[in-house]
Design a protein around this ligand. Structure first.
Ligand code: AMP
Length: 189
C-alpha cells in the first residue's frame, strides 16, 4: 500500500495526472478541492463555509481541512494506496497528515512535485477557466491563488525534501511523458 502526495501549484496538472495514476494503479484519489466543490454543490454547511474562501482564492482553515481529510480517508478502502491531491497545502497540514497516517500504522511514501513555470500556470488556468465553470478560474483569483501557493504551500517543498520524500518531475510536455516520469518513481518505491 502506497500513500502518495501529488504536489504542485494550481494548474500544474495534479488532477489530470492523479486520474491517470488511478487508472494505472488502482489507487484511491482524494482531491480536497473536489470534496469542497461537491459540498458547495450540495449546499451543505461545509459548502457554505468553503465558498467564500474558494472564490477569494484563499485556503480553508487548517483545522477544518484536517477534519475533512481524515473523514474522507477513513471512508475509503485504502488497501492499494491513496493519492493525496491538493492536500497538504500548509506545513500544519503536512504534519497533520503524517500524524493521521501514523495513527493508522502508515506513512507518506513519496511527494511527487509537478514543476511548471509560473507563466505557463497562468496560461493553463485562464484556458481552463473558459470551460471549467470554476468560480476561481478567473485572472484576478488565479493571481491570488498563485500568491497563496508561493507563500503558504511552496514551503512544503523544503519540508518534504528534508523528510527525504520529495521527487521533482517536469510538469510540462505530453501527458504521457509526465505520467511516465511519475510512474517510474512510483515503481521504484
Ligand atoms: P484545488 O481544486 O485543489 O485547486 O482547490 C481549490 C480551492 O479549494 C483552493 O484554492 C482552496 O480555496 C480550497 N482548498 C482545496 N484544498 C485545500 C487545502 N488542503 N487547504 C485549504 N484549502 C483548500
Amino acid at each position: 500500500m502506497k500513500n502518495i502526495v501529488i504536489f504542485g501549484a494550481p494548474g500544474s496538472g495534479k488532477g489530470t495526472q492523479s486520474d491517470m495514476l488511478v487508472q494505472k494503479y488502482g489507487f484511491q484519489h482524494i482531491s480536497t478541492g473536489d470534496v469542497l466543490r461537491q459540498a458547495i454543490k450540495e449546499g451543505s454547511e461545509l459548502g457554505l463555509t468553503a465558498q467564500s474562501y474558494i472564490s477569494d482564492g484563499k485556503l480553508i482553515p487548517d483545522s477544518l481541512m484536517i477534519d475533512i481529510l481524515a473523514s474522507t480517508y477513513d471512508a475509503l478502502d485504502t488497501s492499494v494506496g491513496v493519492i493525496f491531491d491538493g492536500f497538504p497545502r500548509t506545513i500544519a497540514q503536512a504534519e497533520a497528515l503524517e500524524k493521521m497516517l501514523a495513527e493508522r500504522g502508515s506513512r507518506v511514501d513519496a511527494m511527487l512535485e509537478l514543476d511548471v513555470p509560473t507563466e505557463m500556470l497562468m496560461e493553463r488556468l485562464i484556458q481552463r477557466g473558459k470551460t471549467s465553470g470554476r468560480a476561481d478560474d478567473n485572472e484576478e483569483t488565479i493571481k491570488k491563488r498563485l500568491d497563496v501557493y508561493g507563500q503558504q504551500t511552496a514551503p512544503l517543498i523544503e519540508w518534504y525534501t528534508s523528510a527525504g520524500l520529495r521527487h521533482k518531475v517536469q510538469g510540462y510536455g505530453s501527458l504521457e511523458e509526465i505520467n511516465a516520469s511519475l510512474s517510474a518513481i512510483i515503481d521504484s518505491l
